[in-house]
Design a protein around this ligand. Structure first.
Ligand SMILES: Nc1ncnc2c1ncn2[C@@H]1O[C@H](COP(=O)(O)OP(=O)(O)OP(=O)(O)O)[C@@H](O)[C@H]1O
Ligand SMILES: [Mg+2]
Length: 318
């Protein structure tokens, strides 16, 4: 089984707070992997770094064999080289104007120094990784912990918003309603209808998203992430606030998503759901990955039990 996503020694600091500490993990194609841990353990932060919302403080993330996030390196040196390049360029102009044509060498030498500073500055420039929209275009999609829909738009329109990344139409196509625009709109509409059907919201296409019951809004969010046919889907607490029946339906939906060939990385507090649906589980505590393995092994791990003691989730784990 090939690894779709690997996280290598990933750390993220917010000022003095270490939200992630050297977290390493791998997700294989076709797996459903759970990410659990007490409140504030760093789960959402991990998703935010993987999807390019925050740059990591150290370490990197590889997706489909490419680095999509890495810490900015040697950034401390960059201002020195930028200032050096600027100063040398100014010197080159001043000297060049006065002496270049008479003395020849001085202005040219200064220009050469400026060029050298610029080259070194560019080489040492921090590697920023890939922008979050580029990560999404390569088939990695997510949902958010809190519902993030456009309440006044219909269900269909909300899902179409997610599908517009598939569109190749540019600004001119959109303004002049070119055949390419119409073709793309048709494709997006078709994919949106298919995604709505997949999450069993058929018949609710024209409902305003804000008017849908809470449980259906959660499903609509999944449809919006599915519309672009992701390879990897990150779900941040999709079962939060659902009743037991809705949770069971969600569990079934997650299995269907996997059966459709989509790998799932799932943050979840409901241990029953995690144990039922996940092939593997990774446990975060205070930013550290303290355990990883099959759900039944992880459940017995003393460090995991200890991490959960005193929290509401301990009922499910201990
Ligand atoms: N943008 C930010 N700026 C500063 N601190 C942050 C930021 N985002 C997260 N944190 C802090 O990082 C830590 C981890 O937060 P995170 O949201 O990742 O936890 P979590 O495991 O998702 O928790 P929960 O189960 O409550 O959703 C917390 O202490 C949080 O306050
Ligand atoms: Mg969270």
């Amino acid at each position: 089984m090939a690894d779709l996503l690997t996280v290598e020694s990933l750390s993220k600091n917010f000022g003095g707070l270490a939200a992630l500490k050297e977290v390493s993990l791998a997700i294989g194609e076709g797996e459903i992997v759970g990410l659990i841990g007490p409140n504030g353990a760093g789960k959402t932060t991990l998703f935010n770094v993987i999807t390019g919302i925050y740059p990591p403080s150290a370490g990197r993330v590889n997706y489909l064999g490419k680095v999509v996030a890495r810490a900015k390196r040697r950034a401390r040196w960059l201002p020195f080289f930028s200032v050096g390049a600027l100063a040398s360029t100014i010197a080159a102009f001043v000297l060049g104007e006065r002496y270049l044509f008479t003395l020849g060498g001085a202005g040219a030498a200064s220009l050469a120094v400026a060029l050298a500073f610029t080259v070194v500055g560019v080489v040492l420039a921090p590697k920023r990784g890939v922008r979050s929209d580029q990560i999404a275009s390569s088939g990695l999609y997510r949902t958010f912990q809190s519902i993030n829909l456009f309440d006044d738009m219909t269900s269909l329109e909300n899902v179409e918003v997610g599908g517009h990344r598939m569109s190749h139409a540019g600004l001119a196509d959109t303004v002049f309603l070119t055949p390419r625009y119409r073709r793309d709109e048709g494709r997006v509409r078709e994919a949106a209808l298919e995604a709505i059907k997949f999450v069993a919201l058929e018949g609710k296409e024209e409902w305003k998203a804000g008017a849908l019951p809470y449980g259906l809004q959660r499903r609509l969010e999944i449809a919006r992430a599915l519309v672009s046919k992701p390879k990897l889907l990150l779900l941040d607490e999709p079962a939060a606030g659902l009743n037991p029946t809705e949770k069971n339906e969600l569990l079934e939906l997650i299995r269907q998503v996997r059966d459709a060939g989509i790998t799932v990385f799932l943050i979840e507090h409901d241990m029953k759901l995690v144990m039922n649906v996940c092939d593997r589980v990774v446990v975060l505590d205070h930013g550290e990955a303290i355990a990883a393995g099959r759900p039944e092994e992880v459940q017995k791990n003393p460090r995991v039990v200890e991490a959960y003691l005193g929290t509401k989730a301990s009922k499910g784990v201990a």
